[in-house]
Design a protein around this ligand. Structure first.
Ligand code: IPD
Ligand code: CA
Ligand code: CA
Length: 274
């Protein structure tokens, strides 16, 4: 898996250096030749070695032959970043057996970082064991989230972003959910959440977080499954606190008011020196 992910990462980097043109799958949903070629390469490598396995990939959909094994492939996670020359993106692959993810790999070709986990065997970053952070005070956390490129008007996440910005060291929105999950796994982030991710975004990263000692559930603490519309991944220590915060936000309790831009403008104009 690692070999295949590295090979796909190298292919993507070739396109990144040359810059590629953007196509649209939706209003703000981008795809490039790098996404497609990366998926073709990964599918071919899997087919050659494990011809009977099923594959679900973001760009080419599902091949289902009824195998006990299924691959989840995001050939380029962070396409918007990639298309703009913003160097945060990766290749994500996971292998499932009878409905349980047993191995996952996320490769960041910009930093040559390979995150990998095998069920029950822990997780590695470039071959070295990795663990989640030990921070248990939400106020001291660095957390991350993301915003989907589809149905953008239906997403309430800006409220969560705002509340958590005021209750933590900060919220990052780097643009690659698979890498966000790996950063929780490696202790660079203490938590990550997002609405409406797809199986190929989460399949590898969730296993990598779990194998690094972290916890992944839906926003209410329910078991995370591959079709979950809510992903909450933490170091474990702040999981309950974050779930409580989320419940409060969903209930509209204790929300910090968002500063009014008109009031800001009035104040700034009023205090302007002649
Ligand atoms: C996207 C990224 C992004 C997340 C979006 C995903 P893509 O995947 O993971 O961080 O916020 O929800 O769709 O489209 O770049 O593979
Ligand atoms: Ca993705
Ligand atoms: Ca993708």
């Amino acid at each position: 898996m690692s070999e295949i992910a590295r090979e796909a990462g190298a292919l993507i980097m070739g396109h990144f250096r040359r810059r590629v043109s953007i196509e649209y799958k939706g209003d703000a949903d981008l795809v490039t030749i790098a996404d497609r070629q990366s998926e073709d390469l990964i599918r071919e490598r899997i087919r050659n070695r494990w011809p009977s396995h099923d594959i679900l990939g973001e760009e080419k959909g599902l091949v289902d032959t009824g195998s006990e094994y299924r691959w989840y492939v995001d050939p380029l996670d962070g396409t918007t970043n990639f298309a703009h020359g913003f160097p945060v993106f990766c290749v994500s692959m996971a292998l499932e057996h009878r409905g349980e993810r047993i191995a996952g790999v996320v490769y960041d070709p910009t930093r040559d970082e390979l995150f990998a986990a095998e069920k029950g065997s822990g997780a590695l970053l470039n071959g070295e064991p990795m663990r989640v952070s030990l921070i248990h005070d939400l106020a001291e956390c660095l957390v991350a989230t993301g915003f989907p490129s589809r149905k953008r008007h239906k997403n309430p996440n800006i409220y969560f972003y705002h509340q958590l910005t005021l209750r933590t060291h900060g919220v990052r929105r780097a643009g690659s959910a698979a890498l966000d999950l790996c950063y929780v796994a490696s202790g660079r982030l203490d938590a990550f959440w997002e609405f409406n991710l797809n199986p190929w975004d989460t399949a590898a990263g969730v296993l990598i977080v779990q194998e690094s000692g972290g916890r992944v559930t839906d926003f209410s603490g329910g078991k995370f499954n591959i079709d979950s519309r809510e992903t909450l991944a933490t170091n474990g220590a702040v999981h309950q606190i974050l779930m409580r915060e989320f419940q409060e936000i969903f209930a509209g309790r204790g929300l910090e008011a968002i500063a009014d831009p008109r009031a800001y403008k009035r104040e700034v104009s009023g205090s302007a020196k002649p």
